[in-house]
Ligand binder design. Sequence first.
Ligand code: NAI
Length: 500
Amino acid sequence: MSTHNLNQAPVLVMGAGIMGMGIAQVAAQAGHAVSVYDTRADAVPLAKQKLADSLAALVAKGKMTAEAVQALLARITPLSQLSDAGHVSLVVEAIVENLAVKRSLFQELEGVVSEQCVLATNTSSISVTAIANGLKHPQRLVGMHFFNPVPLMKLVEVVSGLQTDVNVAQAIFDLAGVWGKTAVYARSTPGFIVNRIARPFYAESLALLQEQAARPEQLDALLRGVGFRMGPCELMDLIGHDTNFSVTQSVFEANFFDRRFTPSLVQRELVDGGLFGRKTGRGFYSYPEGAPALPVTHVAALPANTQWVVHGSGAVADALASAVTQHAQGKAASRATSSAWVGIEVAGLQLHQTDGRSAWQVAQALGLKNVAVFDELPTVAGGALAFAAVGADDVSHTAAAVLQALGFAPVQVADAPGLVVARTLAMLVNEAADAVLQGVCTTDGANAAMKLGVNYPAGPFDWLARMGRTRVVSVLHALDACYRGERYRVSPWLQRGEAA
Ligand code: NAI
């Protein structure tokens, strides 16, 4: 048990912006008396009025009672001067993202609040250790990182700096639970958990766009095919390229310009052009129209007497075999379970599931003319599945016809290593593995953070289990061999086989 019990503690929220008011709302909803302070005159009354309007809409929809709303609002009061904050036991700071301003605010607060008062910062990118520097009691400062919109997003990263007392971190962890959130411990390192592990979700699509391997709407459809609610391009358009680029840039800089986190020229161009996405009417797509639908591929059906052979063993081979039975004229596939590769042989063509190598490399290695590689299988029925093919003129058509016959929506992309989805997932796993290696979070913490903080359909270590360590590492090695440089270096945690 923590020595600090913050249940029902009077709370001071610093900053009445989008995050501060959201935090004030969840604290008041949990029964706390909440004071809100902002340097902008009228900021708090205006923000409170806005909150009242949005809660009134919930009453109209029958989601809250008028009495509950009234009680909630009554618990939130503006604080006109900091010197009146002596009674609070918890401060949650959500002011401007600036180290010097945050530091001086906490130093000023230490002269007002009691020695037991816990100080929390909602910073999304500044080191908690650095904010605590100069405090009389730096051990009571902890990160309490909420996600936007605060009332809806379930995750809170509880971020410890070098001097944070474990009991203080635990008190915030427990309190977040009482406020209806799922808390995850993190060490104060650039991007904490979510903003760090999520970088490759954007970076891999941006890299593929840079080499013209696929179009934005194809990339989006492919990642939606494995359960992401939005693809990377539409999501960057929604977040805003200015914001997304600046997070990438700050993680890059904070890691001493480690090239693994190098921002993308493709995104820089959009930012320079003021094409921020939805909010400016244009990013990858034009708004309000948004992403164009993928054109339906018309491929001639395979002949009725086609012989299907499924190679390899394991979950993917089994899924392919059952797709043959289900979709391909009800004919069962022959199985070649001892094959060293996973995929399908049909109509004289081998289709290999990607192990990172391009179709061209597989063809060279096997001395074959016609070869296709395909991506991670979609988890959504009829989902998009990327493939690339080399060989005779009609090989792409045959590959598309095979994948279509199995119930997938084939999307032809350039013959890039690890295609689109396997490459992106392997890189998310790799980043999460490094975070675990460096003690930033646990594997469970990373899974929970990515599912709750950015709504991923599964956590990175769930994907690792699904894809298998061997395949993840082999995709990363293939990417590393192709591109060189630091981006695709394999986490020692994966190399050591800790995941096996
Ligand atoms: P915002 O700009 O909407 O609100 C900031 C508020 O703080 C403004 O009302 C401003 O007048 C006030 N303020 C500035 N300096 C102050 C001071 N010295 N004392 C008192 N009030 C002061 O900003 P937002 O988006 O709410 O962000 C606040 C913090 O939360 C930042 O540290 C940000 O990095 C972090 N954050 C933001 C997220 C987001 O999606 N917007 C997500 C997670 C964290």
